[in-house]
Design a protein around this ligand. Structure first.
Ligand SMILES: [Fe+2]
Ligand SMILES: [Fe+2]
Length: 346
């Protein structure tokens, strides 16, 4: 077999590199990495032999799963608390007052305590102490509080279900950091109600938890494939499962009757160029997600993530790579508090 017969499978982790993967020869595939057209060649193209350990390179053959069935199959487990659903509906109905919404939230003591902690945290920096939920509704705003109720309730819901995911702490750290960065970026873009971006950031990868809960064997197969190929998670998921966590997350949010903008933002957080209705929100979470990955890297390895940010995301937000370092500095001190505020337990 010549290299010319290798089949291009997908772009790898780096947008400027294409992986050409041969059909399997026994349990081995040949992978040739070449620079994408118009991109700097960098290192010489690489030729690698990959062992397909436990068939990790191969897609699932007869999967009849769909994003909808993944979500439907766990309706009970991942349904939001009654209070959260009620509040969500009341916020969009002008006939309800702050007091009435406060009364409904107060039926859930744990949620009330957590929201008051958030309201009194340096996230908001209010001078005087907020001691009732109806006061929090008035000061923070109806929609913003609704968004916080959703974030707190969703994280609580997912923390209660069994999960075959080794590093849950890392998952939530990534999610909450993405929320914090989304909120900071939305302020730079002068977007109103920046709280919804915080929530979108916190919830953007929830679909991954559904995958780990519902089909842990496929989740592990996906992880193995990522280790071998260096692909982004959503690309490997599409190969192994047939669709990705972004679609599942969007279906989940849809089943909770949350705003369409949140659904879109989650659905397109890896493909912001496809977000027709909510391009700015989506672009912000797309950028924040990658900044969150950058923040976890050693400084020398950071630049390689920059090209994962879609040019369209920079264009619609009017932001540029220059914001990355300063946003990471600004977001870091908020992470500890964000985790303490949103995560269940004390
Ligand atoms: Fe994601
Ligand atoms: Fe993510």
């Amino acid at each position: 077999m010549t290299l010319y017969s290798l089949r291009k499978t997908t772009t790898s982790h780096h947008r400027h590199v294409n992986n050409f993967v041969s059909p399997p020869i026994g349990n081995t595939v040949i992978v040739r990495q070449v620079a994408a057209p118009g991109r700097p060649t960098g290192d010489a193209p690489k030729l690698t032999l990959w062992l397909m350990s436990e068939q990790a390179m191969l897609p699932e053959e007869k999967s009849d799963l769909t994003p909808e069935s993944m979500v439907k199959g766990m309706v009970k487990l991942v349904s939001l608390p009654h209070v959260c659903i009620r509040v969500n509906l009341m916020v969009d109905d002008p006939k309800y007052s702050a007091t009435e919404i406060g009364e409904v939230i107060s039926q859930d003591a744990a949620l009330t305590a957590r929201l008051l902690r958030v309201a009194n945290s340096s996230f908001y920096g209010f001078q005087s102490k907020i001691s009732t939920i109806s006061r929090a509704v008035t000061v923070i705003g109806f929609r913003e509080l609704r968004d916080l109720v959703v974030a707190v309730s969703a994280v609580r819901t997912f923390s209660n279900i069994p999960m075959d995911l080794e590093n849950m702490a890392a998952f939530w750290r990534h999610s909450i950091f993405t929320g914090i960065v989304s909120r900071l970026l939305s302020k730079q873009c002068r977007i109103l109600h920046s709280e919804r971006l915080f929530v979108a950031g916190v919830l953007h990868d929830l679909g991954q938890l559904v995958i780990f809960h519902k089909v842990p064997d496929l989740a592990n197969k996906t992880l193995k494939r990522i280790k071998l190929t260096g692909e982004e998670t959503y690309i490997a998921e599409r190969t192994i499962i047939g669709f990705d966590h972004a679609e599942i997350g969007a279906e989940l949010v849809k089943s909770w009757h949350l705003p369409k903008s949140l659904e879109d933002t989650i659905r397109f957080h890896h493909t912001p160029e496809l977000a027709v209705e909510n391009p700015v929100d989506t672009a912000i979470v797309h950028i924040a997600n990658i900044i969150s990955d950058i923040a976890e890297e050693h400084e020398n390895d950071r630049k390689r993530h920059y090209e994962r940010i879609h040019p369209e995301a920079w264009r619609v937000t009017g932001l540029s790579e220059n914001v990355i370092d300063s946003i990471i500095c600004e977001a870091h001190p908020l992470l500890f508090e964000g985790l303490a505020l949103i995560m269940p337990g004390d």
